[in-house]
Ligand binder design. Structure first.
Ligand code: AMP
Ligand code: GLY
Length: 429
């Protein structure tokens, strides 16, 4: 098969590596890819939301399958675009159509979906510019902290959590009246604050059957001890100890099954990943958000634990035979540390030469924001590399990941030194 992967981050590097291992993979392309994917597959200079460019390329290169990494092409309807043309519809797309992608594309859609299908989530209300004063009155009925969410895609920045009523009122006004997040904050969802421990659960579905991938914990803040600005993700660990069999049974019966059934009831034929951001509130799972793709950097900790052939799993989805696919998960623990450019998630420099990559022995090196310049690998993004250590337990996995991270350097490299420490502390309780 000829396969095209869309995206350029660490998540897409892992897809590239996994799919390249499959005996059914003949030719593998990544658009646009990074310096790492270029060593495994062929990078193609195409933007993942340039549907016409992707369609022309796919026809010329006889592509059989497109694996969509990020959310933007899904929310913009890449699947619908391909299904609408007779010569393109033969190409299998891994990712939902526009209707299903609304689970990530619109917070209000996601909340009303959960409400309609009795899926546990925080209580909420939605407001627009003309109802700003009602929104302020609603805030006055809640207790702090206050959670405000821009309805649309806002590059991971659209959730604002305010400790007091005054800043919450000000943020709501900025979002609705001053359009702080542009089109994305035309509507704002205000919701109840959930206190608990977060984790990410990943499901793959062909629309009929589903498989649950290993759960992971993501470290979103830039600073150690979960402080400072939110980022795309600074590290990940899988499995997550507190997500034991009893908790995961609740997740499956109260959240995953109703989500799959809800999509069917709403006549949304969903094929692809569903990433469920959950809060464990006193042992009960609540949905914080849906994403319609895999997580980054969670993929770098989750997929190394999948022993089965990822391409065969994807292929089985075409005939809605996902239940027949081999789906073996290793008992190992994986820990991922993300190495970023100094300054990220605010402004940072690019083009720094990365050294020591070949010295990493006992860990996997996943490229993200990297490119090649004059035969050297240089930084080209905020999140530059993800290093994943694997071991029989979390301590060993972390030791391997950090030993790998310590070998790599560039001018102004930064990474958190405390990934997984909270989970190790829980073990000691
Ligand atoms: P998101 O951008 O949707 O991933 O949300 C960013 C972060 O805000 C989440 O990872 C949570 O840590 C936090 N968050 C979102 N909704 C809630 C909520 N209802 N209660 C508590 N924290 C929340
Ligand atoms: N790591 C969170 C995300 O991929 O959205």
């Amino acid at each position: 098969m000829n396969i095209l992967i869309l995206g350029s981050g660490g998540r897409e590097y892992v897809f590239t590596e996994k799919i390249a291992e499959s005996k059914d993979c003949q030719k593998l392309y990544v658009a646009p890819g990074n310096a790492g994917t270029a060593t495994i597959a062929e990078n193609v200079n195409l933007n993942p939301t340039d549907f016409k460019g992707i369609a022309d390329f796919s026809l010329t290169k006889k592509i059989d399958m497109i694996v969509v990494g990020p959310e933007a092409p899904l929310v913009a309807g890449i699947r619908d675009y391909f299904e609408a043309e007779s010569d393109l519809k033969k190409i299998q797309i891994i990712g939902p159509g526009k209707a299903g992608a609304e689970l990530e594309g619109s917070k209000e859609f996601a909340k009303s979906f959960m409400h309609r299908h009795n899926i546990p989530t925080a209580a909420y209300a939605t407001f627009e510019k003309p109802t700003l004063s009602e929104g302020i009155s609603y805030l006055q009925t809640l207790n702090p902290p206050y959670v405000l969410k821009a309805d649309g895609l806002a590059g991971g920045k659209g959730v604002v959590i305010c400790d007091n009523l005054q800043t919450a009122e000000q943020s709501l006004t900025e979002m609705l009246q001053d359009e702080k997040f542009g089109e994305a904050s035309k509507k704002v969802v205000i919701e109840e604050f959930l206190l608990g421990i977060e984790l990410s659960v990943f499901v793959l579905t062909d629309g009929e059957n589903y498989k649950i991938l290993p759960a992971a914990k993501d470290y979103k803040r830039i600073g150690e001890g979960d402080t400072g600005l939110n980022t795309g993700g600074m590290g990940a660990v899988s499995p997550v100890k507190f997500a034991d069999a009893n908790f995961m049974d609740k997740v499956e019966s109260k959240i995953i099954q109703p989500t799959i059934d809800g999509l069917k009831k709403d006549s949304i034929d969903y094929q692809g990943f569903i990433f469920i951001g959950l809060m464990n509130v006193g042992g009960e799972p609540y949905v914080i958000e849906y994403n319609v793709r895999m997580g980054d950097p969670e993929t770098q900790a989750v997929l190394p634990r999948l022993k089965s052939d990822l391409l065969s799993i994807f292929r089985s989805m075409n005939d809605k035979n996902l239940d027949q696919a081999s789906f073996e998960i290793s008992d190992n623990t994986a820990a991922t540390v993300v190495l970023v450019a100094g300054g990220y998630p605010e402004s940072y420099e690019k083009g720094k030469v990365i050294k020591g990559l070949k010295d990493v022995a006992n860990a996997k090196v996943y490229h993200a924001g990297t490119s090649t310049k004059e035969n050297e690998i240089v930084t080209s993004g905020g999140r530059v590399l993800a290093i994943t250590g694997i071991g029989d337990n979390l301590e060993i996995a972390l030791k391997n990941a950090y030993a790998g991270a310590n070998k790599v350097c560039w001018d102004d490299i930064y990474y958190r030194k405390d990934i997984g420490q909270d989970l190790l502390a829980l073990d000691g309780l």
